[in-house]
Ligand binder design. Structure first.
Ligand SMILES: [Ca+2]
Ligand SMILES: [Ca+2]
Length: 256
């Protein structure tokens, strides 16, 4: 207890910049690490289309939100009967010839530039696929690197759980930590929702990534004063605790 409180003020040194990198893939160790999110569709667009953009009668309208807070909104037009998909990938409010697609069983993939704040911008691939009568999107890729926990270098991975392309969403995005050092990320015991304290070797930690997932801070904190924790640090069964966390997170996000 005393040790925990003393250690509360310590900040574990941040991982050196550049240690984390983006990997433009949909899977890791054979497991899908992208989460598709349903596009909310309406009968009319929230802002009028350009008069020369004439969608098929009966088309639905929505948008894909990316970047911090999902504030970078890219317009979508979807007409299920003709498999017509328009996606305003450059965000200019128009739907040019190259932004008009036919969406069959296979997802379409197209590149967009996402602004992560502070002038940081990266090109990312957005994937759009059918979901029921509607459509869903995901941003491809994850980041990997190392963090220092209890003085030990631990491999980590960040995955985007809410399809905004950012890796810092509390309760939505995930951090994976190879706590047992076997070179793999165990889905049950080494995957955690961001914003929850992670307990290992008697100490609890919070993982704080930058929005683009390319810089990660680790902060140590005691369980008694934790404001974000979903778990009890006193639990003698960490494996059950992790499982409960994951179950809780799975019931509340869009990753299906
Ligand atoms: Ca996210
Ligand atoms: Ca492992």
């Amino acid at each position: 207890m005393t040790l925990l409180l003393l250690s509360a003020a310590l900040v574990v040194p941040a991982t050196p910049p550049g240690d984390w990198r983006f990997v433009d893939e949909t899977t890791r160790d054979g497991r899908s690490v992208v989460a598709f999110r349903t596009v909310e569709l309406a009968d009319a667009p929230t802002r009028p289309l350009d008069p020369s953009d004439k969608p098929p009668a009966g088309a639905k309208f929505g948008s894909v939100g990316v970047g911090p807070g999902g504030r970078q909104r890219l317009g979508v037009v979807w007409h299920a009967a003709s498999s017509t998909l328009w996606f305003d990938e450059n965000g200019d409010g128009r739907f040019s010839a190259t932004e008009r697609h036919s969406l069959a069983d296979k997802p379409i993939e197209t590149k967009i530039a996402i602004s992560f704040g502070d002038g940081v911008k990266h090109e990312r691939a957005v994937m759009i696929r059918r979901r029921g009568d509607g459509i869903a999107w995901a941003i491809r890729g994850y980041t990997i690197g190392n963090v220092t926990i209890n003085g030990k270098k631990v491999a980590g991975m960040l995955t985007d759980g809410d399809a905004d392309g950012c890796f810092d969403g509390a309760g939505a995005d995930r951090v994976w930590l190879d706590l047992d050092g076997d070179g793999r990320f165990d889905a049950l015991t080494e995957q955690f929702p961001l914003g929850t304290a992670i307990s290992t070797d008697g100490a609890a930690f919070l993982i704080r990534p930058a929005p683009d997932g390319l810089q990660v801070q680790v902060r140590e904190r005691p369980g008694e004063n934790g404001t974000c924790g979903l778990m009890s640090f006193a639990s003698p069964r960490p494996e059950l605790r992790s499982y409960a966390q994951i179950t809780l997170a799975n019931s509340a996000n869009w990753s299906s």
